[in-house]
Write a protein that binds this ligand. Structure first.
Ligand SMILES: Nc1ncnc2c1ncn2[C@@H]1O[C@H](COP(=O)(O)OP(=O)(O)OP(=O)(O)O)[C@@H](O)[C@H]1O
Ligand SMILES: [Mg+2]
Length: 233
């Protein structure tokens, strides 16, 4: 399988804190990969480096064959990387539809409208609630809005930082269905989770990150026990 994302020997420091120490990760085209790790393992740091919010001290980020290590964040959105941040960061005063369209700058309005149609057909909750203020939504509904905002440009690669954080089981299931809808469309996904159990059902491969280092990686069947043990650290 050819790669959509390749990360080589990434090093990220915050002052004296070594958040990532020579981390290498790859994601194939249309593949779904999980990054599992406890609090402070470095999951968000890795995601934020891929989207360009954090600059690495060393190492390289390759997207679709191009070195994007020094590319500005906004440009990474335009070349096909979508990002749903930890904690969702929905705009409370905007409606569901306005929140989603806020992710569409950089593509023509007609294309955004077509993509919104696909999103509404695929995730009916968005259609039902499109005119409602986003702050009237439950946590799970807001997570779906955050993912919809991340995919309004139809990215080739979607980064999901802890999409299940704080969600009731029924909403974990619903958000999982949304992720499956995107997979069926051929979107490659790199997601992080502390809650490995539901996330492992959605991916082909996983990496275990601990204290800024990749400790294990492999196909889900081979990594399941190690990944589940990480939940309880
Ligand atoms: N802006 C920052 N300034 C200083 N240190 C930071 C900053 N962001 C993260 N860190 C530190 O870097 C390490 C990795 O943090 P990171 O947020 O990437 O972990 P995480 O795996 O996403 O954790 P969580 O599960 O809590 O979201 C931690 O030790 C954290 O305290
Ligand atoms: Mg995090």
């Amino acid at each position: 399988m050819s790669e959509i994302l390749r990360i080589d020997d990434l090093v990220v420091n915050y002052g004296g804190i070594e958040a990532l120490r020579s981390v290498s990760v790859n994601v194939g085209k249309a593949e779904s990969v999980l990054l599992v790790g406890a609090n402070g393992a470095g999951k968000s740091t890795l995601i934020n480096t891929i989207i360009g919010l954090v600059q690495p001290r060393a190492g390289k980020v390759w997207f679709d064959g191009a070195d994007i290590t020094a590319m500005p964040c906004a440009e990474r959105g335009r070349i096909g990387i979508g990002y749903s941040p930890e904690g969702r960061r929905i705009f409370n005063s905007l409606t569901v539809e306005e929140n989603i369209m806020a992710g569409s700058f950089g593509i023509p309005a007609r294309e955004a409208a077509r993509n919104l149609d696909w999103i509404m057909d695929t995730f009916p909750i968005v259609k039902e609630r499109r005119k409602q203020p986003a702050n009237q939504m439950s946590g799970g509904q807001q997570q779906i809005v955050a993912i919809a905002r991340a995919v309004i440009c139809m990215p080739k690669l979607l980064l999901l930082d802890e999409p299940f954080l704080g969600l009731a089981p029924v909403w974990i299931g619903q958000v999982g269905q949304v992720i499956r809808g995107l997979q069926a469309r051929g979107t490659a996904i790199l997601m992080t989770e502390q809650m490995a159990r539901p996330a492992l059902k959605l991916v082909e491969r996983a990496y275990v990150l601990r204290s800024g280092e990749i400790r294990r990686s492999g196909p889900v069947e081979a990594i399941r026990e190690v990944a589940l043990a990480e939940e309880y650290l």
